[in-house]
Design a binder for this molecule. Sequence first.
Ligand code: FAD
Length: 364
Amino acid sequence: MHDVVVVGGGVIGLTTAFELSRSGQRVLLLEQGEPGREASWAGAGMLPPGCPAPPDDPLVPLTAATQRLWPELSADLRERTGIDNGFQRSGGIEFSEPPGQSIDSDVAAWHAVNIEAEPLTPDAAREYEPALDPSWGPCYRLDNMCQVRNPRHLKALLAAARQQGTEVICGAQAVDFDIEGDRITSVHTLADRYPADRVVICSGSWTSPLLARAGLRVEIEPIRGQIVLLAMPQPILRHVVECGHRYLVPRSDGRVLIGATQEQAGFDKRNTATAVQDLLEYALRICPALANAHVERTWAGLRPRAVRGRPYIGSSPRFENLYVAAGHFRWGLHLSPITGRLIRQMLCGDSTELDPAPFGWTTD
Ligand SMILES: Cc1cc2nc3c(=O)[nH]c(=O)nc-3n(C[C@H](O)[C@H](O)[C@H](O)COP(=O)(O)OP(=O)(O)OC[C@H]3O[C@@H](n4cnc5c(N)ncnc54)[C@H](O)[C@@H]3O)c2cc1C
């Protein structure tokens, strides 16, 4: 009997397992494939300084809290595992979408949530990033935009969770539950049955059909994001460069990720010719110096989008020992530290870092 069964080994499940096991819980993590190979691997690793939403939006304190946790978590993982997740404050340069439009309202939205956003003249932008096309349009700089090498971060989380005693079973797809009254008593995989005191569902885009097995309804849909990875012999950019939902994320080794599409394509993770062409065109227009880069790889991942617009981080109103942490859409990497922390605090009966009510699960 484990104290907690975590279902799903993406960044949300791994962070949750790490948090729980280091606070003394006996944790079992069930992963249908290999841990950290789905959306969390596919993501670009951008960690924005916050959320430019109206100041009373609950995502504003959630993103502020997670941003504070990243440096601490990265240092802790490095110390425990020797794995450097590549966390760094690279800064971001943001262009209006469509290009050419005023950036005033975007800058004002950041300032309203107390985050520095510095409007740049074309000359100032060129000073920061000489490789960008100066005619692209008005832009501003986010000094506190960070990034992480997410595949490395996932390796570090897995190693740290295991060190703390988390048992990880790969190829274990949760398919059903045993229920007694208002409690889930065990999780079934195709091959086995795992009794649990408490269960946390962190199954990303696959959450809705799984919870339907317990008669519960959450609306989370897969949104495909395609990425093209370029490689240059030397880094030619330092900042993350964003324009609407398209971006360039430069790595310190000269690689540049070009992302990303947002498509409803079910569970299809293939790349399409149109999307790859569109991403390359965007990259070469905004940064012509990438013309001679090598195309190293393309891939796609499935972002788990909660239809209600906010992730689910909380307990089920129907089963007292069932929790869900899923539906983080475009910001699951960024929000993973605070999500794991909140779930641990809720399960252990501690006071929570911030009010989790807006992320509660009310749609049973
Ligand atoms: C192209 C792209 C770019 C992105 N860029 C960023 C970014 O820059 N910054 C950012 O913060 N976020 C970004 N994201 C979003 C981020 O990657 C996701 O929000 C995040 O990874 C979701 O994590 P997760 O653990 O919920 O899901 P996943 O990583 O998908 O993990 C869910 C896991 O659960 C497992 N699972 C599912 N069902 C079961 C079951 N029944 N039994 C056992 N295991 C199961 C799956 O196999 C999977 O491993 C991006 C996503 C994509 C696709």
